[in-house]
Ligand binder design. Sequence first.
Ligand code: RP5
Length: 186
Amino acid sequence: MTKPNPKPKARKSKDKSASSFILHPPSFPLVLILMGSKSDWEVMRNADETLSNFGIAHESRVISAHRTPELAAEIAQGAEERGVKIIIAAAGGAAHLAGVMAAHTVLPVLGVPMKSEALNGLDSLLSTVQMPAGIPVGTLAIGKAGATNAALFAIAILALARPELGEKLKSFRRDQEKKILETVLD
Ligand code: RP5
């Protein structure tokens, strides 16, 4: 579940077979999943669950670029020292969380635009994706697909230095392919 501020705890996989992928103790997450509001959690739990399924030590928490600006900067600035490798940041509306995090760290930041009430997520998408040159944010799709894919993208980055993780990604793709091939329409 999301963690209350300001004392985060890392999440550890329930998948025992994947424990070799956890290169840090739980207090040292490899991936941070940040979201602007608890209202984003229903969508962002898809990123959290995907990382858990792959056995990646991670931490999910609510942090806001505008409601908790100092804490947001502090978390971004301290992430590298904690051993974090990738930050996933989700926000809706004037969705500047990912950009603000990226401004405070050189770690890769993946942005997930949340579907907003007023503009259906188009505002979130544009706010996240349109970073001026110099501070990159890798932006995924709006909503659930983006949440899941942000986690898979983070895993692909981690897999560059962890061949076992790459094998697990290949197996995940094979399973996905099998499901399509076995689809029967009524
Ligand atoms: C953003 O504003 C959050 O990321 C959320 O998507 C949106 C609405 O937040 P709430 O008003 O539901 O807390 O900061």
